[in-house]
Design a protein around this ligand. Structure first.
Ligand code: UDP
Length: 230
């Protein structure tokens, strides 16, 4: 089974923090390793909220700020590759936006051969275009690697009708469609990503990635978190 895991940049730094937290990254590495050892083929799309988010960079045009954000995803990918390889996970980074010794350009053949040869794939550089997010990139890359599912790694155990941290009556929604998610303005992914999932027939499971073993349990079919269906 093939899975695309969407990691936000903050998975590498901690919520609301910048940079890298090596302890978080080793946790993340061990969670990915557990599923690789069970035979799952894993692709990762990583964000850059721990470094730069275009929208947060003041005084620059959005196009420029987003290019800086895109480069942040490459920095995260290189950082992750180093950690993964130290833990014995063979890893390849794919991206269209840079030419670096550790980064290969995206081609369907090389993606397929990397998957078949047991590599973890890290897709950096988002969609390659300003004005998008790495959630949308996750959907595109999931389709390209023929993943059966996207697992969106969050810090909450699924989708709620309102922010469970702010509202004590927030209700968890275990199962919904992308159309329902868009109608309810669920913010776990942006509208472009939801629309693309619907169009391409891709399922997303939203889990609390910081509960140890949750990724593996989700892939084994346990009904944890929330599932969004085309
Ligand atoms: N970005 C972009 N195009 C993309 C993906 C990302 O311009 O296709 C830029 C954008 O500035 C964004 C930043 O890269 O804010 C980091 O991505 P994202 O906000 O999705 O990261 P996350 O919130 O997942 O850490």
């Amino acid at each position: 089974m093939r899975v695309l895991v969407k990691l936000s940049g903050e998975a590498l730094s901690g919520e609301g923090r910048k940079g890298f937290d090596p302890e978080r990254v080793s946790y993340l590495t061990s969670e990915i390793k557990k599923v690789v050892e069970e035979g799952y083929r894993v692709g990762i799309v990583v964000g850059a909220g721990n470094l730069f988010r275009g929208i947060e960079l003041r005084g620059l045009s959005r196009e420029r700020a987003d290019q800086i954000g895109l480069l942040g995803t490459v920095m995260n990918a290189v950082y992750l590759k180093d950690h993964f390889e130290r833990e014995g996970l063979k890893t390849k980074i794919f991206s269209q936006i840079v030419n670096l010794p550790d980064v290969e350009s995206v081609s369907y053949d090389s993606i397929e051969s990397a998957i078949e040869n047991g590599f973890v794939l890290i897709f950096a550089g988002g969609t390659s275009n300003p004005f998008f997010t790495t959630d949308t990139a996750a959907v595109l890359r999931a389709k390209e690697m023929k993943a059966q599912i996207i697992v969106k790694a969050t810090k909450v155990d699924g989708i709620y009708d309102k922010d469970p941290k702010r509202f004590s009556d927030a209700r968890k929604i275990e199962r919904l469609t992308f159309s329902e998610a868009m109608k309810m303005r669920i913010e776990v992914m942006d509208a472009e990503a939801f629309a693309l999932c619907k169009k391409l027939g891709i399922t997303v499971r939203v889990i609390n990635f910081f509960e140890p073993g949750s990724l593996l349990r989700a892939l084994k079919g346990e009904n944890i978190g929330s599932i969004v269906l085309p």
